[in-house]
Design a protein around this ligand. Structure first.
Ligand SMILES: [Fe+2]
Length: 384
């Protein structure tokens, strides 16, 4: 990788991390009238008492709770929430949950901040309608998983339930204002969820390295994320309540989010979308199982950046990175997860033609055609 070439870096998210940091939530509001809170979260957070805990932190303010966010939020549900919430005044939004929650919170912070109530999210995402240049409501992201990196990006993934197809709501103002990383919130995550979301972290980091938009600063964040996943994720399989390793994964997730906020994702994500939409494979697994094969594929065109990232992540060059990736996959049981979700080569190969989203696959360092995608799937998946 050459330094004497054009590159850029920008990420305005203020991040505060620490065990129990969620109790400082109200201290991160800007001055001015901030009385009406929208808390976006999941039924699970409410059942665990987390929603009530956050509501109590905002004593004296009016808190509207939206705790019906499920996996893979779609256009219809977000439009429904938005039209319902437009009837009341909301000053700021708190997203408390995983990627689906944070993406829903971002979309709502944008839609509720619009002056023009005639704007249609569907017409924008599935059509040609432009996005009005309007600042979203102030937003605080509190991730309860370590994977999505949504707390550090200006994108929200939204599915069209009619197709099913994945879209990205993207606007430079869609970065959360603050990300609060409290590792205690991830202590109770089941091992499977920890592994699957951890694969998403790794995927963001590696995808940002073998990426045409990479620069030296984004590669530093990627190497940090890769190193943290290698050091923390195997231990969490044995002891999911290891607070230090949970904090390492949250930091890795944030760093991975910073990476893709600069570069966007690449071929692994592009290949994952039809797998998630048609075969119901969770996002982290769908964009993670191809990583070893994609590393080998992109290493052919390495201009030094993969070598640099591998060394910065403490690996013995690209071959060392590849060996550590294989060892990680064995330890965290990727093959077993693929079996659990019944993801086999034959089904995935049938979707190969749909695996090219130009704004993702076109970022890949090594240009890939249909035959390359088929070879990557065959190398990554068990046969019947
Ligand atoms: Fe991802």
């Amino acid at each position: 990788m050459r330094y004497a070439k054009k590159w850029s870096f920008y990420n305005p998210v203020q991040v505060v991390s620490g065990p129990g940091i969620i109790s400082e939530l109200p201290g991160h509001l800007p001055p001015g009238e901030m009385e009406e809170v929208l808390l976006v979260t999941t039924p699970g957070a409410t059942e665990r008492g987390l929603t009530g805990r956050v509501r109590d932190l905002f004593k004296g303010r009016r808190v509207t709770i939206l705790d019906r966010v499920g996996p893979n939020p779609d256009i219809a549900s977000i439009e429904n929430h938005s039209s319902f919430l437009q009837k009341q005044k909301i000053d700021f939004v708190v997203g408390l949950g995983g990627g689906s929650v944070l993406d829903t919170a971002k979309a709502l912070s944008y839609l509720l901040g619009l002056d023009d109530s005639g704007f249609s999210l569907r017409d924008h995402l599935a059509g040609e309608a432009p996005l009005p240049d309007s600042p979203p409501l102030y937003m605080i992201a509190v991730p309860t998983t370590a994977g999505t990196g949504s707390e550090a990006t200006p994108f929200a993934t939204i599915w069209d339930e009619r197709s099913p197809k994945k879209y990205s709501l993207a606007h430079p103002d869609l970065f959360p204002d603050v990300a609060l990383l409290d590792p205690e919130l991830t202590l109770s995550l089941p091992v499977d969820t920890t592994v699957i979301t951890g694969l998403d972290v790794l995927s963001h980091a590696l995808e940002s390295v073998w990426n045409r938009n990479a620069g030296p600063v984004s590669i530093s964040y990627a190497a940090r994320a890769i190193d943290l996943v290698f050091k923390a994720l195997p231990g969490l399989v044995d002891n999911p309540r290891d607070l230090e390793k949970r904090a390492m994964m949250q930091t890795g997730s944030f760093c991975g989010g910073v990476c893709i906020s600069v570069t966007k994702t690449a071929l692994a994500h592009s290949m994952s979308y039809p797998i998630t939409a048609n075969l119901n494979v969770p996002h982290g697994l769908a964009c993670g199982f191809t990583l070893p094969a994609l590393l080998a594929f992109n290493a052919r065109d390495d201009d030094g950046r993969l070598q640099m990232a591998a060394e910065m992540a403490g690996c013995d060059g690209i071959s060392g990175l590849s060996r550590r990736l294989q060892a990680l996959f064995e330890k965290i049981g990727v093959r077993e997860l693929l079996k659990e979700y019944k993801l086999e080569a034959d089904q995935a190969l049938e979707l190969a033609e749909q695996m090219f989203t130009p704004e993702r696959s076109g970022n890949n360092l090594c240009p890939a055609g249909p035959e390359d995608v088929r070879a990557i799937l065959k190398a990554s998946l068990p046969k019947k």
